[in-house]
Design a protein around this ligand. Structure first.
Ligand code: SPV
Ligand code: MG
Length: 430
């Protein structure tokens, strides 16, 4: 019997895929190479379903003999291992970013006389169309919550942007570009205490209470599907933090970051211009471990934020805290700094690489923003958070418009700073 290989990444199986599998099974015994999450995220969003779930679905489709892991977009490794007589793929990859993969498949198959078979693309259905439809329906707390851990496992570095209300979260959800052969978009949403407070005209001192912050999160949950990381400030009293963990899990938030400060919390970017008191290490460890105990799911993450470099108490203190917080059960650490050159951050990360037990490291490069994502990844970071940029860019635009109306005693001149009324009416999905 001839052997047939079909590469697939999708989780939303439709009749287009079935057409491909039917064609493949006419030719021989079918092995599906199922793309890993990491491979899929090179050209698309991370699948809704986890790898094992996608595998289970495919294994139960008529005509599929076996499902094997395809861990990159490149077919080479699996083709050389299996030496199939045929590869079957829709015609859609003849043009566009996957064309070079197709060319390579043809070249490799020719080594043993194998053949590429390309059934006509099934009109009227596509995975991206289905994904858009799914996005309009929304997601569930369970699916959304677990996405962050999956993204950290699948992507070289997870890219997160701040949102402070529904409309800014839609920008994080929807903005994407195609560059250097990949689809590039933000992976997750940061609900910042600074911008949530500032958007309400309030100081970033934990004054905006939890009910109000949950309202912001709800506005964001309603219109997005991407995972959410909450800036939990200090986490408050340990007893309150336990409740916060339960609450966030229930909503489908993926992670909370809490910082090791005590007393009146001031924004870290003030540095030593204001009094920044650090929490006692044991007290903060106790808060982390009680939060972990309160947790109901295995997906939620509690990330410990180290403020030693902000408070200027030195590298030794930062490293000591990182070790203690990891031992207490933190699922990630965030090291913060307000210096532009980022030397202290790189030094910390160099020492951190030597830790016997490491957890994902989170960077918030508001000050040291000269570093690219590739450089942060090379330093050892797993997640980068652009913590305040949508609010900071909206504010000057609004100021310009207000000033222009005052100067001209009419709004005509402000038109150049504004989107059209037609666009604002059409910006929201029906
Ligand atoms: C926030 O976004 O509220 C933060 C990050 O805590 S920073 O403002 O950089 O301290
Ligand atoms: Mg904050």
């Amino acid at each position: 019997m001839k052997t047939v290989y079909v590469g697939m990444g999708t989780d939303l199986i439709h009749h287009g895929h079935i057409n491909i599998i039917e064609k493949a099974r006419e030719l021989g015994q079918v092995t599906v190479g199922l793309l890993s999450d990491a491979a899929v995220t090179k050209f698309s969003r991370i699948p809704f379903l986890e790898y094992e779930e996608r595998k289970q679905i495919l294994e139960n489709i008529k005509g599929v003999e076996k499902v094997v892991l395809q861990s990159s977009l490149d077919y080479e490794e699996n083709l050389r291992a299996l030496k199939p007589d045929y590869v079957v793929h829709g015609t859609d990859w003849k043009v566009g970013p996957q064309k070079h993969i197709r060319d390579k498949v043809i070249r490799i198959l020719s080594e043993w006389g194998g053949e590429l078979i390309e059934p006509d693309y099934t009109e009227g259905i596509s995975s991206s169309g289905l994904k858009n439809a799914m996005r309009e329906i929304g997601t569930t707390p369970d699916i959304r919550r677990r996405l962050l851990r999956r993204l950290i496992a699948a992507k070289p570095i997870v890219r997160v942007l701040e949102a402070h209300n529904g409309i800014s979260s839609l920008i994080v959800e929807e903005t994407q570009i195609e560059a250097e052969g990949e689809l590039r978009e933000f992976d997750a949403i940061w609900v910042s205490s600074l911008t949530d407070s500032t958007a309400k005209g309030k100081p970033d001192t934990e004054y905006v209470d939890r009910t109000s912050r949950i309202q912001t999160i709800n506005d964001i949950l309603e219109v997005t599907t991407k995972p959410i990381i909450l800036d939990g400030d200090t986490g408050g009293l340990t007893e309150h933090f336990e409740l916060m963990v339960r609450n966030m899990e229930r909503l489908g938030v993926s992670a909370v970051i809490i910082e090791d400060k005590s007393g009146l919390k001031r924004n870290s970017l003030f540095g030593t211009e204001v009094n920044q008191e650090l929490e006692d290490i044991d007290t903060f460890c106790h808060k982390i471990s009680m939060g972990k105990k309160a947790q109901m799911t295995r997906d939620f993450m509690i990330i410990a934020r180290i403020e030693s470099l902000i408070a200027n108490v030195g590298m030794e203190d930062a490293l000591k805290r990182a070790k203690a917080y990891i031992e207490a059960g933190a699922d990630g650490i965030m090291i913060h700094s307000r210096y532009k050159d980022g030397k202290d951050i790189l030094e910390f990360m160099k020492e951190y690489q030597r830790f016997e037990y490491k957890v994902p490291a989170i960077s918030v490069p508001s000050s040291y923003n000269k570093f690219t994502e590739d450089e942060l990844k090379a330093a050892g970071f797993n997640v980068v958070i652009y913590a305040n940029h949508l609010l900071r860019s909206a504010f000057p635009a609004m100021q310009k418009t207000a000033t222009s109306i005052l100067a001209n005693k009419r709004s005509l001149e402000a038109d150049e700073y504004c989107m059209s009324i037609k666009d604002i009416l059409e910006i929201l999905p029906n």
